[in-house]
Design a protein around this ligand. Structure first.
Ligand code: SF4
Ligand code: SF4
Length: 217
């Protein structure tokens, strides 16, 4: 796609996020995409198997998936609707993969550190972390020391770090800045991405309409 085409599409997506956010979330919640999919061919149906295969690569290759749900705009409280619908539909499989998989570590915000230290003790918490000089922050070692493999759960679930509460939501992808993004490593996130593929038809209808209006103006 040319730079002009990309810029135009980005402008339309931004407009869509500003103007269509509520209606798009309502239509998706009501499952109205099925009527549209019955009316005309769409890649989400025609290329379903191919898309599923791409999504399933998340089991082994790290990447994020953009979802057909509007991302939150911190300046607009009502923009929480996309995130709300995500949590309504997301169903954690309690596999624990996000907790016990070795990785770079889990960044603790200051409030996380204080809250958890109050429960487990500052000295013990520090022994479970490394200090990142660049970030000037404590980072929980991984696999996470708070994951209990026997109970298959988090020992500090009620006071778990903010990152854990948000998981599998990740910051939006640079090329899709107005859409929620999820970690493809999470099996439940992959399932949701498959279930909601058809929702893209609602986004694309909005984009086409806005593009036509832009061209007229
Ligand atoms: S990886 Fe996903 S499905 Fe598994 S426990 Fe974590 S959030 Fe739940
Ligand atoms: S703090 Fe709890 S929820 Fe977060 S990674 Fe560790 S075990 Fe999982």
């Amino acid at each position: 796609m040319s730079e002009i085409g990309r810029d135009r599409l980005l402008k339309v997506r931004k407009l869509c996020h500003q103007l269509c956010l509520s209606s798009c979330v309502d239509l998706k919640r009501q499952g109205r995409h099925t009527e549209l999919l019955a009316q005309r061919p769409h890649w989400s149906v025609q290329k379903r198997e191919e898309q599923f295969r791409k999504i399933d690569h998340g089991q082994t290759v790290p990447f994020d998936i953009a979802l057909p749900l509007p991302a939150r705009d911190p300046r607009r409280p009502e923009s929480i609707q996309g995130v709300s619908l995500f949590w309504e539909r997301f169903c954690c499989q309690n596999c624990g993969r996000c907790c016990y998989t070795p990785g770079a570590g889990l960044y603790l915000e200051d409030e996380d550190f204080e809250r958890i230290a109050e429960r487990v003790g500052k000295k013990r918490l520090k022994s479970l972390c490394r200090h990142d000089k660049e970030l000037k922050a404590w980072v929980l070692k991984q696999p996470c020391p708070f994951y209990d493999p026997d109970e298959k759960g988090c020992q500090i679930y009620d006071i778990r770090p903010a990152t854990c509460k948000k998981y599998p939501l990740h910051p939006p992808l640079p090329e899709m800045p107005y859409h929620l993004a999820v970690d493809a490593f999470c099996p439940a996130a992959r399932e949701l991405a498959k279930e909601t593929l058809g929702w893209w038809i609602i986004c694309e209808n909005n984009w086409a309409r806005l593009l036509q209006e832009l061209e007229k103006s």
